[in-house]
Each structure stands twice: as structure tokens, then as C-alpha cells.
Design a protein around this ligand. Structure first.
Ligand code: FAD
Length: 464
């Protein structure tokens, strides 16, 4: 007899109307967001997640090597992440993120070559450019670069932007090497996790417009004050379960069964699930693997594109010192292998060591470096900046190999919509076409838009 898993058990126990349930594959932020929005429409979400943890690429873990909790990688939000903020308000953890009122960060290049940068209350982009001009001795940016940028971006041509890499766009805006090194390249690595030669100008400009070219209050960074799982996955799980949603951990979807124009069954490592409505909230490489295992011919229009996608790693070195570093934070490093250093959100209670995260985005170059080589590189960068030697008491390197898709012009070309040719299949995930870069905000928005697409297309209606 076919075991139809949760749904049949549920039907045996309660007369649940199957039309009012949605099966969500993947418990990352896009899946959690879809579940929370489904609840908002009175629809019961059932999440199938292959791992023990929820949160996907935004999670905390206990590292046995250094006997402490760390995050899988430093995450920073933006005050312009409106969907994420709304979600955090709903699940009750918005106070666990510190949102700066305006953008602030320390920039460092070496000893005696550091500034603390704050935007000023002027219309954008002058709120950024005026303080950069004020620090001209540090930045070396000529005034003409600002003027060229303003002239070229006043009426941006989105067709042109869609075709250009960030490097080409900076050429087009006649940006010199100083402003590239200090501003545009760090923004490109931080937002797109893609080198400027490949990164999509359209996506970078889209993110910059939302955060830095809008009202000054949108420019602030959002810095986690707690471990990521305490902010996202933990409170989201509580919320979903409180409102009658189901979460199945260690439940990997292996195959999908399609009949006619509908998915009939979802086959997992544990059982089969009937599938009245399905939101796939998994990355493209997982979706491809799933399609290869499934004797179905669907999503042909994007399969070839998904095969062409590349991914970039992010490396985070969590390191611990006896004394605090003598810098202001967050610290943006100029002309260094490391892009940012952030203090850990919590001090280790027992050891009282000061913990930090040093981040390298698009970190392919360091793939073959050993742990010792990386930690020596970090120690030498720290002493270049402070003029002192810092004894690194312990460390843990976490490399997320496929941290994000390469956000280049190939990626931009064919990002799929939320609806698919299969009547009851919808897509979510940071890679789906939200118009935003593949970030937390993109993932959260995609979950909401996938639920809205499902409501538009199907006869599903709410009852919980
Ligand atoms: C180190 C690092 C740093 C980052 N920094 C930032 C940052 O500072 N700011 C920012 O905005 N963004 C950042 N990002 C990007 C951000 O984390 C992602 O955009 C976002 O988390 C993607 O969420 P998602 O739900 O689309 O995908 P995922 O988080 O990948 O979720 C997919 C889920 O599906 C599950 N799954 C996959 N296949 C199956 C299957 N067959 N069956 C069941 N479950 C399955 C996975 O286990 C996973 O839980 C960073 C990412 C990394 C890795």
C-alpha cells in the first residue's frame, strides 16, 4: 500500500480540507516566509526540510572544534529590507537586529589610514558623497567622479543596465580607480557576492537605488544582535507551529510525480505526500537534481539556464582574541583579501574571549589555501591595521561553497516567475524573479509572492 505520509495520517485523524494546505519544499527563509504568508491567508503550510535545522543559508551551528556557537556566515541587512522587517515584526524578533538610522561604518587601509564614515542629512546621493569629499585625503576621490555618476544615473537606461557588468557600468559612468576601490567594489562584493567584472550592473543599481539613492533613513545597515537562528528560524518555527503549520525535518524530497498538468505526489526519503499545492523553495541546483530523479518533463524552459548558473563561495573566519580589537565596527577593509570584520553578536560567557567574523565574499581565490595559510593571512592583515600582533586563541573557518548564485548577466536573463506551467507548482527562493539581488530580502519577498501567485491561480481558500 502506498504510504501517503502526513496528509493521510491527518485525514484519518481530522477531516482536513486538502485544498486548504500547501506543501512547501525547503525551510530556508523563502520557505519560512511562504509558510508565514500562507498562514496570513488562512492556509495551512506543511514544510518538508531535508536538514535538522531550518533557516537554510541563514543559520547558527555549534562548532565542536571550538566548543561554541557560531553563524554559518555573517549576515547584514539593510534598512530598506521592508519585507524582512515586516516578517521579523510578525515573528517577534525585530528587536534582535540593530538598524542604523543612517549608514555608518569604519573604513581602514592601514595604520593611521582609517576613517569613521557617516552619511549626512542631505538628499541622496550627496548624503554619501559629501562625507566622502570631506575625507578626501583618505579617499583620494576626485570631485568629477561624483558629478559623472550623478549625470549618468539621473535617468538610468534599464535596457542598457541589464546588458552590462558592474565593471562596464563603472566605465560608462567614468568612475576612477579610487572610488571603485573604496565604494563600488566593496558594494558589489557585499551585495552581489560576485566580482565586478561579472556582477550585473542592473542588480547592483537596483539595490543601491533602494538603500542609498532613496531617503537617507533607508541607507542604514541592519546588524544582528543575536545568533541568526535565534532571530530567524527559531521564532519562525514557533510562529508557524502556533498557527497550525507543520514542519517535517530530515525530510528530503527525492522525486515529484506529475500527471497531466498537475503534481500528484511528492516522494521523500520517508514517504509519499499528496500534493494539492506545492511551493518549491529550494536553490536551482537542488531543483535540477530533483527534476533529474523525476520521470517528468517539466520546467524545460529554465532547465538549460539552471544548468548554466554558477555559484560563488563566502568564507567566514570566526576568530577569538584575549583583548578586543582597537577598531570601530563594522569595519570595511580597503585593498585587503578580507572585505569586512564584524564583532560576534555575543561574547563567550565562560572564556570572555572577544569573537569576530572576518568575511571574504566571492572567495574562489582562496579555495586551495590551507587553514594555517588563511589564519596567517588574517593575523598579518590585523597587524597591518593596528600595528600590533594579536594572538588568535582559537578560530573556525566556515566556507559556504554555494553561498549565492553568481549574480551576473546570465543569471539576470531568465530568472523564472513564481507560477510555472504546472498548475499547482509555484517557485520561491532568492533566485526567482523578484527583481532584487539574491539576498535575505529577495528570499523573503519570493515566499510572499509565491503564495500570492498560488492564490491567484488556484481555487485554494483560507480556513485556519
Ligand atoms: C555565508 C553567507 C553570507 C550571506 N550574507 C548575506 C548578507 O549579509 N545579507 C543578505 O541579505 N544575504 C546574505 N546571504 C544570502 C542569503 O543567506 C540567501 O539569499 C537566503 O538565505 C536564501 O534563502 P532561500 O530560502 O532562497 O534558500 P536556502 O536558504 O538555500 O533554503 C533552501 C532550503 O531548502 C532545503 N532543501 C534543498 N533541497 C531540498 C529537498 N530536496 N528536500 C527538502 N529540502 C530541501 C535546504 O536544506 C534549505 O534549508 C548570505 C549567504 C551566505 C551563505
Amino acid at each position: 500500500m502506498v504510504n501517503t505520509g502526513y496528509f493521510n495520517q491527518a485525514i484519518l485523524q481530522f477531516p482536513v480540507d486538502m485544498r486548504n494546505q500547501v506543501l512547501i519544499i525547503g525551510g530556508g527563509l523563502s520557505g519560512l516566509s511562504a509558510a508565514i504568508h500562507a498562514i496570513g491567508h488562512g492556509i495551512k503550510p506543511v514544510i518538508l526540510e531535508k536538514n535538522r535545522h531550518l533557516g537554510g543559508r541563514v543559520r547558527s551551528l555549534f562548532s565542536a572544534d571550538i566548543e561554541t556557537i557560531i553563524d554559518n556566515g555573517q549576515h547584514v541587512l539593510s534598512a530598506a529590507y521592508h519585507e524582512t522587517k515586516n516578517l521579523l515584526i510578525k515573528i517577534g524578533s525585530i528587536d534582535q537586529i540593530y538598524f542604523q538610522k543612517n549608514f555608518e561604518a569604519a573604513f581602514a587601509r592601514g595604520i593611521n589610514s582609517q576613517i569613521y564614515f557617516r552619511t549626512v542629512p542631505l538628499p541622496s546621493p550627496w548624503n554619501f558623497f559629501v562625507p566622502l569629499l570631506k575625507h578626501r585625503r583618505f579617499t583620494g576621490i576626485p570631485f568629477r567622479d561624483f558629478i559623472h555618476f550623478v549625470q549618468k544615473t539621473r535617468n538610468p537606461d534599464s535596457v542598457l543596465l541589464e546588458k552590462m557588468s558592474v565593471a562596464e557600468w563603472l566605465d560608462y559612468c567614468s568612475q576612477g580607480s579610487a572610488i571603485r576601490k573604496l565604494l563600488w567594489h566593496p558594494l558589489c562584493y557585499s551585495i552581489l557576492n560576485t566580482p565586478p567584472q561579472q556582477g550585473s550592473a542592473f542588480l547592483l543599481f537596483r539595490a543601491i537605488s533602494a538603500s542609498f539613492l532613496g531617503p537617507s533613513s533607508q541607507s542604514g545597515l541592519g546588524i544582528p544582535l543575536n545568533w541568526l537562528s535565534e532571530i530567524f528560524a527559531g521564532p519562525a518555527q514557533k510562529y508557524i507551529e502556533k498557527f497550525g503549520g507543520e514542519i517535517h525535518h530530515f525530510t528530503a524530497v527525492k522525486r515529484i510525480k506529475v500527471e497531466g498538468s498537475k503534481i500528484q505526489k511528492i516522494v521523500t526519503n520517508k514517504s509519499e505526500f499528496a500534493a494539492p499545492h506545492v511551493i518549491m523553495a529550494i536553490p536551482p541546483f537542488s531543483l535540477l537534481a530533483l527534476l533529474e530523479n523525476s520521470p517528468v518533463n517539466i520546467l524545460n524552459d529554465i532547465r538549460q539556464w539552471m544548468n548554466q548558473l554558477k555559484y560563488h563561495p563566502i568564507m567566514t573566519i570566526n576568530f577569538y582574541l584575549k583583548e578586543e580589537l582597537p577598531f570601530q565596527f563594522p569595519l570595511l577593509l580597503i585593498s585587503s583579501p578580507f572585505h569586512w570584520i564584524f564583532p560576534h553578536p555575543k561574547m563567550e560567557q565562560e572564556t570572555k574571549l572577544a569573537g569576530y567574523a572576518a568575511v571574504i565574499s566571492a572567495a574562489h581565490y582562496y579555495n586551495d589555501y590551507s587553514r594555517d595559510e588563511m589564519i596567517n593571512l588574517l593575523a598579518s592583515e590585523l597587524s597591518k591595521l593596528s600595528g600590533a600582533n594579536h594572538e588568535i586563541v582559537k578560530f573556525k573557518i566556515v566556507t559556504e561553497k554555494r553561498a549565492t548564485v553568481s549574480q551576473d548577466t546570465v543569471f539576470l536573463k531568465k530568472r523564472p516567475a513564481f507560477e510555472t506551467e504546472i498548475e499547482n507548482l509555484f517557485l520561491a527562493g532568492d533566485w526567482v524573479n523578484t527583481g532584487l539581488p539574491a539576498t535575505i530580502e529577495g528570499a523573503v519577498l519570493s515566499g510572499k509572492l509565491a503564495v500570492e501567485a498560488m492564490l491567484r491561480k488556484s481555487s485554494i481558500s483560507g480556513s485556519i
